[in-house]
Structures are given as structure tokens and as C-alpha cells.
Design a protein around this ligand. Structure first.
Ligand code: G6P
Length: 371
């Protein structure tokens, strides 16, 4: 392989640890720290005009890229105040949906070659939706060529089948898209714009601190290796992160895992909870923390063992059956970029304990170029 493993055991581990650099490289186009504003040109020369008249957004993607789209929906609706829907590409391409020629169609893809995402994009274009944007990690890819606008993430080559650094760089790109749309709508004050930039620029360092949790997460992984099932819970912005955590665990450790919005527990998954199913929870110190804590009590009351990723300032305490690891201070709207990292590390270490083929899990391909 052209990419060396260096001191790492697997590409996935290497790629998890490359995330601070991947983010810094992706954000380089924002200019130096002295630059306090950004322009829609980040998305291509035609972007200022195309984004100014955008009234709604449709995101198309598969797999992990779909999960970054789900996070983006929260950002776009909250910051820009315009509706955003997110669709699994293989569903959208065959569904009778409503055509809106003024909608911005965003295709998210690490490889730029995923057959369903490409077909969904072409389907949208055939139906007259030509305002298209690719968020992609490969410049010379089919999806980039197919779109009028583009934002290239600079994660570098990703080899591990389970996507990690492509995901966090997609999130950075999508946050910038939400902020740019907000600016175009006149909803982003100059000081908020400056704050967004500061938060983005500080991400690589914040992520480095999260990576220091690896030894503690590796210790937790021992508890998971013998399990058949796991449940991942999150709320709000972190619900898609719970979905991504579950996907990672499925992909590389072959443990059946489901991601759920914690408020839905009582509508089904609570029936599954007992001491043999670990429940992993993403618990940032946001406005939903108190709600989440009462959901977690419901799990404890049924004997479920809890593994909680909290923030330093989240008021959740360890007790019998409640294990807690803390990330640095709450990171506001960009918190999902940090909270996904411990879940990547957890699935990686569970797979190590189980001895599965981390970089090439059975039955899966890095890029799915046929339907
Ligand atoms: C495959 C890969 C996943 C990836 C998905 C979408 O399933 O194993 O890691 O998230 O395809 O790929 P894309 O290149 O379009 O992001």
C-alpha cells in the first residue's frame, strides 16, 4: 500500500488519530486566524448566487456519510432557518418525491463513487433540480464532476472500510455550509460568524484531547467483546452520533447494535434492556441533558449496564452499573464532531479484543460502486 501504517496496528486506528490533522487541512481554506469572516466562494465560484436564493436543502448519501447529513439537518434548520431533509440515496432514487427546482441538492460521499448516491443525484437533476453541491473527499470523482458546486474535504486517503476521518471532515464542511446559508439569510451576526470560525479552528486541538481517552476506552472494550447486542442512545444533535456509533460497532465487531433517540426508548427498545445488553449513551452538557438523564434512569431500573460519554461539566455521576468517561468542556453546536470519536475508538477496541479483520470487515467494501 502507498500509505504507510507507521506505528499503528491498523489503518482504522491511524485514521482515527489523523483526525486533528485532517480537520486542520480541511479548514485551511478559511485562511489565517486573523480572518474573521468567510465567503460562499468556499463552495465554488457559482456558490454566492446559488446559495443566496436557496430556500431549502435536500441531502443525499449512504452509510456514514448519511449520518453526517443527519447532523447537518440540525445545523441548517437551527442556524439558517431553512428546511432540510436527508435521504438515504438508495431510497430517494426510486421514490416518487416532490420536485423543487430551487432546492439545493447536497450529495455527501467520501469516495465520490457510491453508485446509489450518484444515481440519486442524477435522478434529482433529471427532474430539474440542478442546484447541486458535492461534499466529497476525492476531487476527480464522479459525484464531484456531476455537481455544479463542490467542497472538497481534505481527510487524505481513507483505507479502513469503516469511515472515520472522512466523517469528521464532512461535519466540518457541513457546519460551514449551515453557517454560510445562515449568513446569506441575514441570520448570522458578525460576532457570531467570528465565533463560528474560532470554534472551527479550535476543533483539531479539542479533538486531540478527546483522543487521550483511548486507554480508558480500551479498558471498557473488554466488557463488550462477549456481548451479542448493544444499544446506543443520544438526543438532538447527538442522535445521529448514536446511529454512527452503532454502525461502527456493527461494521467491525459484528455485534448487533442499534442507535436510538433516547426519548424513543419507551416505545420499544426498553423491552430488550437487561444485564446482557450494554447501553452506550452520548451525554453532552446541552439543553437535553436532564431529559437524557431520566431516560438513563429508565435503563438502570431495568438492570441495564450504562456506558456514558459525558462532558467535563455534565452533572452525571458514576455509580454501580453506571460507567462514565468525560470529554473536555461542552463544545456547543460542534460537539458531535468530538463525541463521535470515543465511539470510533470503542468499536475499534472491541474489534481488537474479538480479533476481527478491522480494516476489511467481512462482506463490506470501502466503496460500493455497483447497486
Ligand atoms: C460503504 C463504506 C462506508 C461508507 C459508505 C458510503 O458502505 O463501507 O464506510 O460510509 O459506503 O460511502 P461514500 O464513499 O459515499 O461516503
Amino acid at each position: 500500500d502507498a500509505v504507510e501504517l507507521g506505528n499503528y496496528q491498523h489503518y482504522m486506528q491511524k485514521e482515527i488519530f489523523e483526525q486533528p490533522v485532517a480537520l486542520a487541512n480541511t479548514l485551511e481554506m478559511l485562511g489565517s486566524a486573523a480572518t474573521r469572516s468567510f465567503s460562499a466562494n468556499l463552495f465554488g465560484a457559482a456558490a454566492p448566487e446559488a446559495l443566496a436564493s436557496t430556500r431549502s436543502v435536500l441531502i443525499l448519501a449512504c452509510g456514514t456519510s448519511y449520518h453526517s447529513g443527519l447532523v447537518a439537518r440540525y445545523w441548517i434548520e437551527q442556524l439558517a432557518g431553512i428546511p432540510c431533509s436527508v435521504e438515504i440515496a438508495s431510497e430517494y432514487r426510486y421514490r416518487v418525491s416532490v420536485v423543487d427546482p430551487d432546492q439545493l441538492v447536497v450529495a455527501i460521499s467520501q469516495s465520490g463513487e457510491t453508485a446509489d448516491t450518484l444515481a440519486a443525484l442524477k435522478h434529482a437533476k433529471t427532474r430539474g433540480m440542478t442546484r447541486t453541491l458535492a461534499i466529497c473527499n476525492v476531487a476527480e470523482s464522479a459525484i464531484v464532476r456531476e455537481c455544479a458546486l463542490r467542497f472538497l474535504t481534505r481527510a487524505g486517503m481513507e483505507i479502513g472500510v469503516a469511515s472515520t476521518k472522512a466523517f469528521t471532515t464532512q461535519l466540518a464542511a457541513l457546519f460551514l455550509l449551515a453557517a454560510t446559508l445562515a449568513k446569506q439569510q441575514g441570520r448570522l451576526a458578525a460576532n457570531d460568524e467570528s465565533e463560528c470560525l474560532t470554534a472551527l479552528r479550535h476543533l483539531p486541538l479539542a479533538l486531540k484531547h478527546v483522543l487521550e481517552l483511548e486507554p480508558a476506552i480500551a479498558a471498557w472494550a473488554q466488557d463488550f467483546a462477549g456481548k451479542q447486542h448493544a444499544l446506543f442512545l443520544g438526543r438532538g444533535l447527538h442522535y445521529p452520533i448514536a446511529l454512527e456509533g452503532a454502525l461502527k460497532l456493527k461494521e467491525i465487531s459484528y455485534i448487533h447494535a442499534e442507535g436510538y433517540p433516547a426519548g424513543e426508548l419507551k416505545h420499544g427498545p426498553l423491552a430488550l434492556v437487561d444485564e446482557s445488553m450494554p447501553v452506550i449513551s452520548v451525554a453532552p452538557n446541552d439543553n437535553l441533558l436532564e431529559k437524557l438523564k431520566s431516560n438513563l434512569q429508565e435503563v438502570r431500573a431495568r438492570g441495564g449496564e450504562l456506558y456514558v460519554f459525558a462532558d467535563a461539566d455534565s452533572a452525571v455521576e458514576a455509580s454501580a452499573g453506571v460507567h462514565i468517561l468525560r470529554l473536555p468542556e461542552h463544545y456547543g453546536l460542534l460537539s458531535p464532531v468530538l463525541h463521535v470519536v470515543p465511539l470510533q475508538l470503542l468499536s475499534y477496541h472491541v474489534a481488537l479484543v474479538k480479533g476481527t479483520d478491522v480494516d476489511k470487515p467481512r462482506n463490506l467494501a470501502k466503496s460500493v460502486t455497483v447497486e
